[in-house]
Ligand binder design. Structure first.
Ligand code: SF4
Length: 346
């Protein structure tokens, strides 16, 4: 990452953080908009690095990742803070906690301890770590340290992110990440600016960069009534994803009121309508945060054979060969059943 730069304004020495598009200019002692990076001792630092907010063993489907190592577990690490301020945030108690709410005390976790936990849980089907819950990328240096140790130990690194980070650190981060889910909050600049305190363009660029780099990429989109459910905008979003890869897995999630947004939950019929629209462009569109029989299952794009059945976070391989092809017509599904992260396979 480019070094933080110094500038003098009103006679005061400011440091600029180049990690995300906010490019915060910080006076001595100031924290950035993410609430975790600070101008400290003449550099931008993470005063609480070495600590995580939560640790939990989760099904990989919960991230959500449906096309990567289905049926396995990952050790989820949650971090305080976020560089966006989405009014509908479902994880605001940790993402915004450093800014405005009390939080539970962070837990110390070194890279060595993390690898020790992975060794301990490997027998239960745990294949790696998911950096998740709020926004991991603002912990960039700590993330790189953990991710490098995890990869060297032969485990998978999974990133669940808003994708709001500058191009250079994103490129470097992708070097240690095996699979990513990017939460695209909406598909207009106005929505990002008015509701999320961010911008869309860097997110679009970063999803494209991850696909180009050959990473396993899935995308989440929260359908908010009156916010992100406009059919024309949604169609443009689906067409953009198609231009990247028609097999990309898109998770359409139901919104529930939370944090600073109180509009009622997304109607089921809106989700079904948008799913149908997206399926005109994409082969794999799933509904989340709502139970609709069959809406979370994977089907062969060629012959329609059900490949994976999902109920809640339980998965059952019904129609995949060991190589991830359709058992009936042998078409490649794009679902990765196994991979050795140590070999850096893409
Ligand atoms: S990562 Fe944090 S400190 Fe750095 S520019 Fe973004 S919001 Fe500001």
């Amino acid at each position: 990452m480019r070094k933080s730069e110094r500038s003098a304004a009103k006679g005061e020495l400011l440091l600029r953080c180049h990690l995300c598009p906010h490019l915060c200019e910080l006076r001595k002692g100031d924290f950035g908009r993410c609430g975790v990076r600070q101008n400290m001792d003449g550099a931008i630092r993470l005063p609480f690095a070495g600590h995580v907010a939560t640790i939990a063993l989760d099904p990989i489907e919960k991230k959500p990742l449906y096309h990567y190592m289905p049926g396995h577990q990952v050790l989820s690490l949650g971090f305080l803070g976020c560089n966006l301020a989405c009014r509908f945030c479902q994880n605001w108690t940790i993402s915004q906690s450093v800014k405005e709410a009390p939080s539970s005390p962070p837990k110390a976790l070194s890279a060595l301890e993390l690898v020790g936990l992975l060794d301990q849980y490997a027998a239960t089907g745990c294949v790696g770590v998911a950096y998740t819950y709020s926004e991991p990328v603002v912990w960039y240096e700590y993330l790189m340290e953990l991710g490098t140790a995890v990869k060297e130990a032969g485990y998978h690194n999974i990133l669940v992110t808003n994708g709001f980070i500058n191009a250079r650190p994103w490129k470097d981060l992708l070097g240690v990440i095996d699979a990513v889910n990017v939460d695209v909050k909406g598909f207009t600049e106005a929505f990002y600016q008015d509701v999320c305190d961010g911008s869309l363009e860097p997110v679009v660029r970063n999803v494209e960069a991850a696909v180009t780099a050959g990473l396993h990429v899935e995308v989440t989109y929260l359908v908010i009534p009156g916010g992100t459910d406009d059919p024309a905008t949604f169609l443009a979003f689906a067409k953009w994803l198609r231009s990247l890869d028609p097999n990309i897995a898109l998770h359409l999630n139901r919104y529930y009121p939370n944090y600073r947004m109180s509009v009622p939950p997304t109607p089921k019929k809106t989700l079904l309508k948008l799913k149908e629209k997206a399926m005109q462009e994409l082969n794999n569109v799933y509904l989340g945060n709502i139970w609709v029989p069959g809406a979370s299952d994977s089907y062969c794009s060629n012959c329609g054979q059900r490949l994976v059945r999902r109920e809640g976070y339980r998965t059952q391989n019904e129609g995949l060969t060991a190589l991830g092809n359709c058992k009936r017509c042998k078409t490649e599904s794009g679902i990765i059943l196994r991979r050795n992260p140590r070999k850096g396979e893409r």
